[in-house]
Design a protein around this ligand. Structure first.
Ligand SMILES: [Zn+2]
Length: 318
């Protein structure tokens, strides 16, 4: 059975403690982070990452120039933090908006604006998307399909963002493997292939999730290098592969993090060089694991192409 790894990275302006946006806006996470650290690491492994770009990045000429000049293989897509794009655009202190909470026409206009910024920056349309804070709702997927996207990667299985303010973004029962979603209910798999493939972030239940009372409150296990150990990260990958390989279809792992995590002081996760380096080392361990297992590291839209050729499949639960 073919297995693939996507490394999909939310790319934003520089932030800091408590995810506070640095003012004036700066983009060291693009120039030093992506060009200086991430892309050379991916190139070393012959891996193709997907950089999902927020509006403020697409509007920054130096960031666009830097991304246009990347060497090696990479997919560029979009990432919506709605504060940064019209209507009613502003520079927030923190990016807290969930797009599912906008009136549908406002959400549509923001997605249009984001997609237009990408087209202007790179001279071609984006194919892949992730919502800021994973905040898609009942209108998001049809808008993305109308705008020509092939992949959404906003679904975060086993997570429910109701307490954070987005009751529409509840993915507790979502499949962990790619599926063609019901447009009005993104966590549900449709019975037929559609124009937009959902490639969920790889998130598995905690091993303690079945414990009474406390089980539901224990954070699920993300395929994310931000915290933990390299071994823990590889265990998430191994567990998902073991689960999904029972079915006769391609198996996909989707690791996420942010570009700003791997430069000290630009996110809550790396206060110093040692912490930033530890995140990069865990990512390198995952890439080495993939190479050892013969798992190709491909872009999100490559998964859409693979599934278009190979489908349809029965939906899978992870
Ligand atoms: Zn984001």
């Amino acid at each position: 059975m073919d297995a693939y790894l996507c490394v999909s990275i939310d790319c934003e302006c520089d932030k800091g403690e408590g995810w506070r946006v640095k003012k004036p806006l700066s983009f060291a996470g693009i120039t030093a982070g992506i060009a200086g650290r991430l892309q050379p690491l991916f190139a070393r492994f012959g891996a193709k990452p997907t950089y999902l770009l927020s509006p403020e990045v697409l509007r920054d000429p130096a960031s666009v120039e830097c991304l246009n000049a990347l060497t090696g293989s990479a997919e560029l897509g979009t990432h919506l933090h709605g504060e940064f794009v019209a209507p009613d655009a502003f520079e927030p202190d923190e990016t807290t908006a969930f797009q599912c909470n906008y009136p549908p026409q406002v959400e549509r206009q923001k997605l249009e604006g984001l997609t237009g910024l990408f087209q202007t920056a790179f001279g071609k349309p984006p194919r892949s998307f992730r919502a800021g804070r994973f905040g898609i709702g009942a209108h998001s997927l049809p808008f993305l399909a109308e705008l020509g996207y092939d992949v959404d990667s906003s679904v975060s299985p086993h997570k429910d963002w109701t307490k954070q303010g987005a009751p529409a973004a509840s993915f507790r029962d979502a499949p962990t493997q790619p599926y063609w979603p019901v447009f009005a209910a993104p966590e549900q798999a449709a019975t037929e292939p559609g124009p937009l493939l959902e490639v969920p972030v790889t998130i598995l239940p905690s091993r303690l999730s079945r414990l009474p009372l406390i089980g539901a409150r224990i954070e699920p296990r993300w395929l994310r290098p931000t915290r933990g150990t390299a071994e823990g990260l590889m265990n998430v990958a191994r567990d998902e592969l073991a689960c999904a390989r029972e079915a006769d279809r391609p198996v996909v792992l989707n690791c996420m993090f942010h570009n700003v995590e791997i430069i000290p002081g630009l996110s809550p996760y790396a206060k110093n060089e040692a912490e930033a380096d530890a995140i990069l080392q865990r990512l390198a361990a995952l890439l080495a694991f993939a190479r050892g297992e013969g798992i190709a590291v491909v872009g999100l839209s490559d998964i859409a192409d693979i599934f278009a050729q190979a489908g349809p499949f029965a939906p899978l639960r992870g």
